[in-house]
Design a protein around this ligand. Structure first.
Ligand code: ADP
Ligand code: ADP
Ligand code: MG
Length: 664
């Protein structure tokens, strides 16, 4: 076995590989770009080598730099992860030439499967069932159209070099073919540098079912059963599961054997995935082979009890496969959800920013979280905005689904928008729960998946208020302890507050409306008034922004994360964002020609929130701590922030100019 390997990747997959290597006593070398200098994979590895600037083509995709890093650190093998150089045959060859083991298939197998057209030609010879279509070399548009006419519409035009759901066009009728072909070729040229296409019969209501295969250098090849990845958005996987619901044992064997035949036809070694498209009646066709470890490999690990990265390392070191076909079996059911920093309600637009608060569900026998980030890390625009993969396992699908619902409800992220609420609805949607699967599920269920905005539950405001009051108390106690005066009135936990009446109003803003919560101090808690109803509220702050709240005779667990004026409330699996509205924050800018923003009271600058340059109206600029409370100073108008006049930690006098600001 190797004693040291290099991982030519980043994010969750680099961390995933390091975990197994460490368990096997293998030292690890990470590589990183300037943007990833403090990334989790770098922190976890035994050593790390800087490759270059953030852009992947100047860092993670530069084969020479990676091979040089392997040489300098004495790594004997390179694990490419997925994406980046994992399916790059020149890189596999360059590794061999440099005397470093490429943890993956031989370059010849990558080449054979690299083009969807060439792969289909090979599979035809190996008697693997193919989607009806044309996958030859003739690329003449009129000829391709004749082929499409003969196949019968709808057809799918695919880039032979395509991947990641890109370079595909659905054509419903003959007159649209030529234009769709041109647009597919354009995308193929710009994304893959190759405009070769194939034409396939478009299968209606298909399922995506793929088979995990594994080969070794002794000529053994097995299948580790199937994964169902039918839940997709724009041909990209969203949820994956294993085994495939409703798969009869006989069909599983047929598909497994077809996948092994496909792998053997190209002399496959290592982990690979043969993707099939299946009709609702179960008939299936070869689609493509991915010659690498797949993003969704954990669901296979959960149902087989195997570590596929360990298998990869053993095979790459020349050992035989750890198990024979008849020793492999399926136990239970696993689901994986891809947690992304993206806004489902804005066309799944990626969201970037710092992970100000990150609390994944607790891991254990039933829940696994594969991630490349920790609280405080940043999701940057340079790479895939995946935050984590959430994997659950249980004895059957129904129990696994319940685990997934709970794990998603427990997942808290603040700082970027995520698809967690969308995933929660997806796993709750009757079509998914009932395993009525096909690749159009998300599109078909869009009314359920994208509901109109509902009014916020009352509890959200009450809980946010209790959290705020509890934090004020804690801050007061901490201040008195710092002051060393045990008799300080700040250390009292009753309603006594300097400058704060025993009755007050805490206001929030939701869109254009203001919501007021009246607060009266009671002996052991507060009486809160919201829309003419009162409740007696009590609570206790717990670790990591959790809190236990009592509202009259109900007990709730929730989390409230405060970021400037925003309050992110996590309650019963729902996420709500409201804004604290404090009249003290409304500091007017001086005059129409601009000028500065002034301190509303004496205090200390505790954070600068913006960069000099253009800012939108309402953008948070800095936080001033005064009277034991934090006040966010926001831009009164859209304009330009020219400079800050104080640094973090500096005291400011009442009325002091805080920034140089020019209104647009
Ligand atoms: P898999 O086939 O393993 O499930 P996907 O189909 O989601 O993975 O993606 C296919 C490949 O494209 C993977 O290797 C993945 O790393 C890569 N990929 C997907 N999205 C991106 C992206 N935004 N940037 C770079 N690579 C990506
Ligand atoms: P990629 O390399 O981008 O992963 P694939 O050929 O694997 O491309 O196809 C990606 C997805 O597109 C499949 O999972 C499936 O949802 C859809 N798809 C591919 N081929 C067909 C087809 N012939 N009919 C219907 N849907 C298809
Ligand atoms: Mg694919």
């Amino acid at each position: 076995m190797f004693s040291k390997i290099l991982i030519a990747n980043r994010g969750e997959i680099a961390c995933r590989v390091i975990k197994t290597a460490r368990r096997m006593g293998i030292r690890t070398v990470a590589v990183y770009s300037e943007a990833d200098a403090n990334a989790r994979h770098v922190r976890l590895a035994d050593e790390a080598v800087l490759l270059g600037p953030a852009a992947a083509r100047e860092s993670y995709l530069v084969a020479e730099k990676i091979l040089d890093a392997a040489k300098r650190t004495g790594a004997q093998a390179i694990h490419p992860g997925y994406g980046f150089l994992s399916e790059n045959e020149e890189f596999a060859e360059a590794c061999a030439a440099a005397g470093v083991v490429f943890i993956g298939p031989p370059a010849s197998a990558i080449r054979a499967m690299g083009s969807k057209s060439a792969a289909k030609a090979l599979m035809e010879k190996a008697a693997v069932p193919l989607t009806p279509g044309y996958h030859g070399d003739n690329q003449d548009p009129e000829f391709l159209k004749q082929q499409a006419d003969a196949i019968g519409y709808p057809v799918l035009i695919k880039a032979a070099a395509g991947g990641g759901g890109k370079g595909m066009r659905l054509v419903e009728k003959g007159e649209d073919f030529i234009a769709a072909l041109a647009s597919c070729q354009r995308e193929a040229r710009s994304s893959f540098g190759d405009d070769h296409v194939l034409v396939e019969k478009y299968i209606t209501r298909p399922r995506h079912i793929e088979i995990q295969v594994f080969g070794d250098t002794q000529g053994n090849c097995v299948y580790l059963f199937e994964r169902d990845c039918s839940v997709q958005r724009r041909h990209q996987k969203v949820l994956e599961e294993a085994p495939a619901p409703g798969m009869p044992a006989e069909r599983r064997r047929q598909m497994g054997e077809a996948a092994v035949a496909a792998a053997k036809a190209v002399g496959y070694v290592g982990a690979g995935t043969v993707e099939f498209i299946a009709n609702q009646d179960g008939s299936f066709y070869f689609m493509e082979m991915n010659t690498r470890l797949q993003v969704e490999h954990p669901v296979t690990e959960m149902i087989t009890g195997q570590d596929l990265v360990e298998w990869q390392l053993r095979v790459a070191a020349g050992e035989p496969l750890p198990l024979k076909q008849e020793q492999l079996e399926i136990r239970g059911h696993a689901l994986e959800a891809r947690i992304y920093a993206e806004d489902a309600n804005k066309g799944f637009l990626p969201s970037t920013g710092r992970l100000l608060h990150l609390a994944p569900p607790a891991e254990g026998l039933h829940v696994r979280v594969d991630t490349g980030v920790e609280e405080g890390d940043e999701i940057t625009p340079h790479y895939d905005p995946m935050i984590a993969k959430l994997i659950v396992w249980d004895e059957d699908r129904e129990a696994a689904l319940a685990r997934m619902r709970q794990a998603l409800a427990d997942y808290r992220v603040v700082g970027v928008t995520t698809n967690i609420d969308f995933l929660s609805r997806l796993v709750a949607c009757p079509a998914f729960a009932g395993a009525d699967l096909d690749t159009g599920l998300i599109e078909r269920q869009k009314d359920f998946l994208f509901p109109a905005e509902a009014e916020l539950p009352r509890d959200v405001f009450l809980i946010a208020t209790v959290a705020g009051l509890l934090r004020e108390q804690d801050d007061a106690v901490a201040a008195s302890q710092r002051s060393g005066d045990p008799w300080s009135p700040w250390s009292q936990r009753d309603g006594w507050r300097m400058n704060i009446a025993a009755r007050r109003t805490v206001s929030y803003r939701v869109g254009e409306t203001q919501v007021d919560v009246g607060v009266a101090y009671a002996a052991d808690g507060w009486v809160l008034t919201l829309r003419n109803e009162t409740v007696l509220a009590r609570g206790r702050l717990l670790a990591h922004d959790r809190l236990a709240v009592e509202l009259d005779d109900r007990r709730l667990m929730a989390s409230v994360v405060a970021v400037a004026e925003k309050r992110h409330i996590f309650l019963n699996g729902g996420t709500y964002v409201i804004e604290r509205h404090d009249p003290l924050h409304l500091v007017e800018a001086g005059g129409a020609q601009g000028g500065g923003l002034t301190a509303p009271m004496p205090g200390k600058v505790v954070a600068l929130l913006a960069q000099p340059g253009p800012v939108e109206k309402g953008a948070p600029l800095l936080i001033l701590e005064a009277m034991k409370m934090e006040h966010t100073i926001t831009a009164p108008k859209t304009g330009t922030l020219k400079a800050f006049r104080f640094a973090v930690g500096e005291q400011v006098a009442d009325g002091a100019e805080l920034v140089d600001f020019e209104a647009a």
